[in-house]
Write a protein that binds this ligand. Structure first.
Ligand code: NI
Length: 256
């Protein structure tokens, strides 16, 4: 029996300050075999790195989320590029575009998105893409930067099945988490039905987006079997197959 790989978690978040150690120590016994802790800010990158140093089964992704780019510097890029040489660093992310709020300005977001895609190419690592309310600009920049040759995942995929075609053609994977279990997630269920099984990855984005019946609570990797169950139903395969295939996909993309 294979184990589950959580390809997108934020265990550095303060939501885990009370019980981080005991929670992480319980993961492997519960069937969560690997976790990628994803940086969203420079502090998040440093903390992700530290978690990957402390725990064998935790890997780090280093990158800065569009909400946090305002104070980024070239020195920060140098730090990430240097750390990216370490074997426990498996991706550049999360990076991308988020137009949900008016700030930071789209022009600045695009600039740092392209910059970090270049960094990923330079260090030869796949990318973890955050994209909200910005499907067209995201696809345009990925095309312009030839991100297909870098490879990566559309994390917390939230666009249509139709839009998925474009990312599939670039060879991208799709990160699927708790939202799949929400009653009103019709669009995502359709997208997951459409996307081939060999392009799907499991993720939590914890502490956010806990699956039903924990919706609204603090999320963690231990809830991933609920996502597995939903995906198995949509795809008409067993839960074991979902785990086996998504874990193979994660190993292939991130070289775990
Ligand atoms: Ni995230």
């Amino acid at each position: 029996m294979d184990y589950i790989i959580d390809t997108h978690a934020h265990y550095d978040d303060e939501a885990f300050n009370e019980d981080r150690e005991s929670l992480l120590s319980s993961m492997q016994e519960a069937g969560i075999g690997r976790i990628i802790n994803v940086g969203a800010s420079m502090q998040g990158c440093r903390d992700s790195w530290a978690l990957s140093e402390k725990y064998d089964f935790i890997y780090a992704a280093l990158g800065v989320h569009p909400d946090d780019i305002v104070n980024l510097t070239e020195e920060d890029m140098d730090w990430i590029a240097e750390k990216a040489k370490e074997p426990k660093v498996v991706a550049i992310g999360e990076i991308g575009l988020d137009y949900h709020w008016p700030e930071p300005a789209p022009s600045l977001q695009k600039q740092w998105f392209a910059r970090q895609l270049n960094l990923a190419r330079q260090v030869n690592l796949p990318v973890i893409i955050h994209s909200r309310d910005a499907a067209k600009d995201t696809a345009d920049i990925l095309e312009a930067e030839k991100a297909g040759s870098i490879g990566g995942v559309m994390h917390c995929y939230s666009y249509s099945a139709e839009m998925a075609k474009q990312f599939l053609n670039m060879g991208f994977y799709f990160g699927i988490g708790g939202v799949l279990t929400f009653k009103n997630a019709k669009k995502l269920k359709e997208a997951v039905a459409y996307i081939p099984m060999d392009r799907l990855l499991l993720e939590t984005d914890c502490p956010y987006l806990a699956p039903t019946p924990h919706r609204g609570e603090r999320n963690c990797s231990l809830y991933l079997p609920l996502v597995v169950e939903e995906m198995a139903q949509i795809k008409g395969i067993t839960k074991e197959e979902v785990i086996r295939i998504t874990s193979e996909n994660a190993r292939r993309l991130f070289g775990l």
